[in-house]
Ligand binder design. Structure first.
Ligand code: NCD
Length: 319
């Protein structure tokens, strides 16, 4: 990988990364191309780069995370940033106040980049208006999770060589999923066709406005698709009963080899994690070394986050 492939000479036209909806096709391609270089870089395990040397990155997570937090931390460190992780429990009342107070406190320490996860949709955008640095949304409620959609796109593009013209089925708890929403925006922008498959109670109410085809029958929805993206049931975002039982859910919407047979023979199997084996996905399918790219998604996550961090912290005198 040449130095040129990892350089960031052109200014990126966005100060923050809050969602996929605001990114153009060109923006997305630019992030994916830069990420591509970081995949090679990470595999070679060379010395850390200094693109973020002298910069401070604070990861502010108001919600649990394993892979997203770890990969943002690794990404910042591999670029030479000083990285601080703050795990904050949201107090049950005055959530808004807590968030803004925390943001103002951190802002006074002059970080260069804040990576924020929060259980409320819109909270990260609100925070971005109160601070002077770049803000990356690492997942806000059921709204958006842009770096997940970017790492999914990178995984698909590397395996199938394109995004345009593909048919992607997003299956499961679409209603509560920020991963689904960000993927829908990205895939539509890149010219893919998106289907969502879910029980009627787990389809978003405004599904018609999302530019997707909705299915409640999983076999019909999987017919001839190139990619099957499974989602976890977001119980923490459900109030009340959305499902009769987990057993019944698995019967109708769990991905097993029998349902997978409706998709194209070489269709990719994806899942953002954490997976609930035997709930939304069968263990054999999740571990199918020929079809499942779930581990590759995790690898792509570090590369994509390196690219995003670099693009949002322009070099001095460089915009
Ligand atoms: C997702 C999330 O947090 O939105 N996980 C992740 O970032 N890898 C999906 C989920 O929690 O189900």
């Amino acid at each position: 990988m040449t130095e040129a492939a990892l350089s960031n000479d052109l200014p990126f036209p966005h100060r923050h990364l809050l969602g996929m909806q605001s990114l153009s096709r060109g923006d997305i391609e630019r992030i994916l191309d830069l990420s591509e270089g970081y995949v090679d870089f990470n595999r070679k395990g060379g010395p850390r780069r200094d693109a973020l040397s002298g910069r401070t990155q604070i990861n502010l997570f108001f919600e649990n995370s394993t892979r997203t937090l770890t990969s943002f931390e690794l990404a910042g460190k591999r670029l030479g940033a000083d990285v601080i992780n703050m795990n904050t429990e949201v107090s049950s009342t005055k959530k808004g106040e807590t968030l803004i107070d925390t943001a103002m406190t951190l802002n006074a320490m002059h970080p260069d980049i804040l990576v924020v996860r929060h259980p409320d949709s819109g909270a990260v955008a609100l925070l971005s208006q109160k601070v002077d640095c770049a803000v990356v949304n690492a997942g806000d409620g059921k709204h958006e999770h842009p770096t997940q959609a970017l790492l999914d796109a990178l995984t698909i593009r590397r395996r199938l060589n394109r995004l345009e013209g593909l048919t992607v089925a997003i299956c499961g708890d679409v209603a509560h999923s920020r991963v689904a929403r960000s993927n829908i925006h990205l895939l539509n922008t890149m010219g893919a066709r998106v289907r969502v498959i879910a029980p009627p109670t787990l389809l978003p109410t405004a599904v018609a406005q999302l530019g997707v085809e909705a299915y409640t029958d999983m076999r019909a929805g999987l017919e001839d698709v190139d990619v099957v993206m499974m989602l976890r049931l977001q119980r923490e975002r459900m109030s009340g009963a959305f499902l009769p039982s987990v057993r019944e859910y698995y019967h109708y919407y769990g991905l097993d080899h029998e349902k997978l047979a409706c998709a194209k023979p070489d269709a990719l199997i994806m899942h953002p994690g954490p997976m609930n084996r035997g709930v939304e996905i069968d263990t054999d399918v999740a571990d199918d070394i020929h079809r499942s790219v779930i581990r590759e998604q995790v690898e792509m996550g570090v590369a994509v986050r390196m690219a995003v961090l670099q693009l949002l912290t322009p070099q001095q005198g460089n915009g």
